[in-house]
Design a protein around this ligand. Structure first.
Ligand code: ASP
Length: 439
């Protein structure tokens, strides 16, 4: 059994949290490969090391040298080493890092040093080998991850090492320079290592005990999701549940390796499993989770005999393409078609010119635009097995006195999406939660 464990920034925040990490690792010998983030916030109002390093790069651009922010980042590493009581040449390493940052002058290189230093310290504390992500994680010239090369190099580096620490968040570009993933990218690094190690489980350790069935800022004390499928994760994370983003685990998703979200500060909590469909068993629940987002615009087009007009949708989509606008959903009827678009993309006159071009191109009989729409997604494989899911949902929403502006159900029967006015968002979410979880 091989487990790969990724620890996020709050788990790496200071000496105490790093000791917890070490305890977690020692508690299970299958936890063999460790991927770490840079130290995160220790308390509300604290600054993450990665943010200090981005600020350090800005200072470097301005003055030509590492300044105050870099010193603050160094201070974080000094105190971690002293809190751990480690005999570790931190001063030498920090001085060398400063020289390299000033020589490289790249924002990615500077930002990556948080993970690099954290992994070096972690490896020294655990007394196990360190693997520099730069040597094993490779990007192509277009910036995408070179998966095959990365998995092979990582697997080779792990071979013969019973335990190892790998730095998260970065790798090396085709030009030989350090490149980072986007923010939060250590999740991808962990998934890469899990895939390369042929892990049985990818444990993602964070500061929450997994996914909740609804947003706790809206629903009181929502249930914890014990298991969800990759597909459900995609639906829920796309709609705003942000513990772990589905895109960030593509290396393990492709290899069908299960993920377990765990809480470093409550390791006894069960956590949430994310499972490939082949390993996912129906939990008996109709709905796995509910999530939502606000601020969408709906463009509604009507034209009689639309169903018989070949190429109608093609022409409308062509206009969206010309304006470089992506849509989230496209509910349609025989003579109607609607596009749900993130309002953010339609600012500064974009909406007006898009509408004008659609009108000119397809000459609709009716054309309306609604904004301030919120979407609520009720997600679960279970709904394909249970009769009456939508009846239950719409009954609950009607009882809550909410007017439904739009309905969309994918043919996969994995979700039902309901559009309501923004100001009815919380009420709808609570009504949906109560209907499926507090029956
Ligand atoms: N340290 C990086 C960030 O703050 C990457 C990560 O933590 O995953 O975005």
């Amino acid at each position: 059994m091989i487990k790969v464990c990724k620890f996020g920034g709050t788990s790496m925040a200071d000496g105490n949290t790093i000791r917890r990490v070490a305890e977690i690792l020692r508690a299970d010998p299958a936890r063999r490969y460790v991927v770490v983030s840079a130290p995160g916030k220790r308390f509300g109002g604290d600054v993450k090391v990665t943010d200090l390093l981005y600020a350090a790069h800005t200072e470097l651009e301005r003055t030509g040298a590492c300044g105050e922010s870099f010193r603050k980042a160094c201070e974080r590493f000094r105190s971690i080493v002293s809190e751990l009581g480690l005999a570790f040449e931190i001063e030498e390493l920090l001085a060398e890092t400063e020289r390299e940052i000033e020589r490289e002058r790249s924002v990615d290189f500077t930002a990556s040093r948080g993970e690099y230093l954290a992994a070096r310290i972690m490896a020294a504390f655990l007394e196990i080998p360190f693997i520099d992500a730069r040597d094993v994680v490779k990007f192509r010239a277009d910036g995408s991850l070179d998966g095959e090369r990365t998995f092979t190099l990582t697997a080779n580096a792990l071979r013969g090492k019973r335990y190892a620490v790998v730095s998260g968040f970065y790798g090396e570009g085709a030009d030989g320079k350090v490149r980072t993933f986007s923010r939060g990218g250590s999740d991808v690094s962990g998934a890469i290592v899990a895939r390369a190690a042929g892990a049985d489980l990818y444990e993602n350790w964070t500061d929450v005990s997994g996914f909740l069935a609804a947003d706790p800022r809206i629903v009181d004390d929502p249930e914890r999701i014990t298991a969800l499928s990759y597909k459900e994760l995609r639906e829920l994370s796309y709609m705003g549940a942000n513990v772990l983003h589905s895109d960030s685990i593509f290396p393990v998703r492709e290899a069908e390796i299960p993920v377990l979200i765990k809480n470093t500060f409550r390791p006894e909590d069960e956590g949430t499993y994310i499972l490939p469909t082949s390993k996912y068993h129906f939990t008996g629940k109709t709905v796995t989770g509910i999530a939502g987002k606000q601020n969408f615009t709906v463009i509604h087009i009507e034209k009689s005999l639309m169903n018989a007009e070949v190429g109608f949708a093609h022409r409308v989509l062509g206009v969206l393409l010309e304006h470089n606008i992506s849509f989230e959903h496209m509910p349609s009827g025989i003579d109607t078609m609607s596009f749900v678009i993130d309002s953010e993309c339609l600012k500064n006159g974009v909406l007006e010119s898009l509408c004008e071009d659609i009108r000119k191109t397809v000459r609709p009989d009716g054309f309306r635009v609604f904004d301030d729409i919120a979407l609520i997604a009720v997600v679960g494989h279970g709904m394909s097995r249970n009769v009456g899911t939508s009846a239950k949902l719409f009954n609950a929403i009607a009882k809550a006195g909410v007017n439904v502006r739009m309905i969309d159900q994918g043919s996969s029967e994995l979700n039902i999406i309901v559009g309501v006015d923004n100001d009815q968002y919380s009420r709808t979410l609570r009504a949906a939660y109560e209907a499926f979880f507090l029956e």
